[in-house]
Design a protein around this ligand. Structure first.
Ligand code: SAH
Length: 706
């Protein structure tokens, strides 16, 4: 069977649909999966084991046989725990075929084949009866179907179905219950991920303010979860306005309802401020008594010494539909609405002298419909992009360099997706400003078409809100199709880009700007200024505090041999001849630099893309003691003389090697196949590298050796 995989082509800035063998999809799935991270999550594993043992004992004490249903068995881990705890039989359900196959092997290797039956089905397809998948209903329900938002992976409909058809009434469930907690906060940093702030520009003729369109002001945004490593958010970046409050719980041992509903709690702010954000996390009690508790509570709620690092469960940031000034001690209602898969929040003020009856009336007002973005920006820009556009330091760099290069007779063309640079260029005095956005006719993929339409709407709304609709022209064409008439017969004297493109995944994918620049060459004046004038690729060897876990073999997990899983992940990572770098936002994943940052390749935007590949080889010295887990790569853009912006390191690492990363960008991480331990005191070690930028494909391949 063949599958088609969407992949952004950095030379065209579009999606390409490549035919891949059947294996490709699942290798991607396994290689990028969270299985390794889960197996390394000691706290989770220990508590599941305790919970499972306790559940099996309770059933046995009642004199019943312990029949376990493990939905989403993955490696088979939880079923093996149950079998070891004395369960009589386990039905281990796994929908993903390669995982079900792996579970069979792992179960066999650990000697549990007679106690565990792996069933490769979605749980809702499982049948019960003498000829069914299961002989009888189970009396212990074990699952681990949770994501950071708890319900995003479909736990509720799965439980609902299981209680109806697969387990007995009064069954034991591990976990027994989940509880969702919230805390109301004010945070300019996090609020800047939801809303665009006005941008101030000092122009020749006074200060100009670029304002967002009014639809953006109270736009509720989209219900997709914003999950982050909240433990990396310093306490100086937010201020808590309420105590931690229990929002809702789900008892997994009783029938579960997945239909849309809402929960509401009363709050009294502990401090006056602007209510903007609801921070949320959950915990699970593995047994009814609540003695075995596994929590995602962040550092200020839970003593740091007990924090378990994990990436498969983090914390959630919810954005209120609008900012609400609140007073210490006033009465507020916070409502959590949810459908089957996602949660969103609303805040209401209690009315003066409100009584119980009013409260009931209030409830009737609650609307459970999921939020719909009205301004379109939330459909186009993700949260980091909002943050980037709101980053004043970054904007100032662009303003400073535009001011350097623009003249009153400048004909300026901007190539970047949905960028606000054209507005800055106009305010700073460029005579003619145009921006290129692909048009409907150039695109044939429905997703791209939709994006192009949205981009045009959004830009038009911005121009209109700032009375610029007849000042800045949107050229609806791809760079290859630019015609002299688009430019009113003029040549471009200043070509600008952030560069930013929505299809970019890895830092160097924004080099599409270079390809676009090459495509519009004939329209550029002979003395054209290109901003940025160049870009450079930088690289540094690092030791991760925790991120290494997601790609590191586990060996045994709570005494069970899971090496089959390790091998499978390794195979999938090596599926392509050359291993690939992967994007990670490193502000969330602390690391220590072991080498100096090194500039490895440069890309000269004043010239066209060369025919030949750009490659480099070299050697980096390891300066600090530590484990070399991998290399981090990022781009820096040289906007004008002495003005650069970095998408990676914001400054040189300190003397201990601590790094500060650009908080709006993902960096590329290349994990080494084997970890190199350096003891530099005795003998400085070095890592050699070979990096190749293929100008035909726009991809970068790399290889590292000790
Ligand atoms: N139980 C394992 C793995 C958990 S990951 C452990 O705790 O280590 C969750 C797994 O559940 C994934 O492999 C996913 O493919 C599977 N899954 C999710 N929903 C399912 C369902 N309704 N039926 C069967 N498998 C499911």
């Amino acid at each position: 069977m063949k599958t088609f995989c969407g992949r952004a082509n950095p030379t065209t800035g579009s999606m390409e649909w490549l035919e891949e063998g059947e294996d490709y999809d699942y290798h991607q799935e396994i290689a990028r999966s969270r299985y390794a991270d889960m197996l390394h999550d000691k706290d989770r594993n220990v508590k599941y084991y305790q919970g499972i043992r306790a559940a099996v004992s309770r059933v046995k004490e009642r004199g019943e046989k312990a029949i376990v249903l493990d939905i989403g068995t993955g490696t088979g881990l939880l079923s093996m725990m149950a079998a070891s705890a004395g369960a009589d039989f386990c039905y281990a359900i796994e929908v993903f075929k390669p995982m079900a196959n792996a579970a069979v092997k792992i179960v066999e290797k650990n000697g549990f084949s007679d106690k565990i039956k792996v069933i490769n089905k979605h749980s809702t397809e499982v049948t019960v009866g003498p000829d069914g998948d299961m002989q009888c209903r189970a009396n212990i329900l074990v699952t681990e179907l949770f994501d950071t938002e708890l319900i995003g992976e479909g736990a509720l409909p799965t439980y609902e179905h299981a209680h109806k058809y697969l387990v007995r009434e009064g069954c034991e469930a591990v976990p027994h219950r989940a509880t969702v907690y919230v805390q109301l906060v004010e945070s300019r940093r996090m609020w800047s991920w939801k809303k665009l702030f006005p941008i101030h520009v000092e122009a020749e003729d006074g200060e100009k303010i670029l304002v967002p369109p009014s639809e953006m002001e109270n736009c509720p945004g989209i219900p997709s979860v914003c999950d982050i490593q909240l433990n990396q958010m310093p306490s100086s970046d937010f201020s808590t306005l309420s105590d931690v409050v229990t929002m809702f719980s789900v008892d997994f041992s009783k029938p579960v309802q997945s239909a849309s509903t809402y929960y509401r709690v009363q709050l009294e702010p502990v401090k006056s401020g602007k209510a903007q954000i609801v921070l949320s996390w959950w915990d699970i009690d593995m047994d009814p008594s609540g003695m075995i508790n596994c929590t995602m509570a962040p550092y200020w709620v839970k003593p740091t010494s007990a924090l378990q690092w994990r990436d498969h469960w983090m914390q959630c940031v919810y954005f209120l539909p609008r900012e609400e000034p609140v007073l210490q001690g006033e009465k507020l209602y916070l409502t959590a609405c949810r459908d089957e898969y996602s949660v969103w929040y609303n805040l209401q003020k209690a009315r003066e002298g409100e009584n119980k009856a009013d409260e009931e009336e209030h409830k009737a007002d609650v609307r459970v419909e999921s939020p719909v973005c009205r301004c379109r920006a939330h459909l186009l820009w993700n949260r980091p992009r909002f943050g980037e556009l709101n980053d004043q330091t970054r904007t100032r760099q662009y303003i400073k360099s535009l001011r350097k290069v623009l003249k009153t007779d400048s004909v300026c063309l901007c190539i970047s997706d949905g960028s606000l640079l054209p507005v800055l260029a106009h305010y700073l005095g460029a005579k003619q400003v145009q921006c290129m956005q692909p048009s409907r006719i150039d695109l044939y993929h429905p997703h791209e078409l939709w994006q192009a339409l949205l981009l045009k709407f959004l830009l038009s709304a911005f121009f209109k809100a700032n009375h610029l609709e007849d000042k800045i022209k949107i050229i609806e064409a791809r760079p290859e199709l630019l015609k002299p008439s688009h430019l009113e017969g003029k040549k471009v004297s200043v070509l600008v880009g952030e560069p930013f493109f929505m299809t970019s995944l890895l830092p160097w994918h924004n080099l599409y700007f270079w390809y676009a620049r090459t495509a519009v060459s004939t329209h550029l004046a002979s003395n054209v200024t290109v901003l940025p004038q160049s870009a450079s690729l930088h690289m540094m060897i690092v030791e991760f505090q925790d991120l290494w876990r997601i790609r590191s073999p586990c060996g045994t997990c709570e005494g069970f041999d899971v090496q089959t899983m390790d091998d499978m992940i390794k195979d999938s990572l090596n599926f392509r001849e050359s291993k690939e770098a992967e994007p990670h936002p490193l502000w969330e994943y602390p690391c220590k630099s072991l080498s100096d940052p090194q500039e490895v390749l440069t890309f000269d935007f004043t010239k066209t893309v060369p025919q030949h590949c750009l490659s480099t080889e070299g050697c980096v010295k390891l300066l600090r003691k530590g484990k070399s887990h991998g290399a981090v790569l990022w781009m820096e853009y040289h906007l004008a003389a002495d003005i650069s912006v970095s998408t990676g390191l914001m400054q040189l690492p300190d003397e201990k090697g601590n790094c500060e990363w650009n908080p709006h960008c993902k960096q590329a991480v290349y994990f080494f196949s084997s970890v190199i331990e350096s003891e530099i005191q005795s003998d400085p070690t070095a890592v050699t590298y070979a990096i190749n930028f293929d100008t035909k494909t726009g991809e970068i391949a790399m290889d590292f050796k000790l």
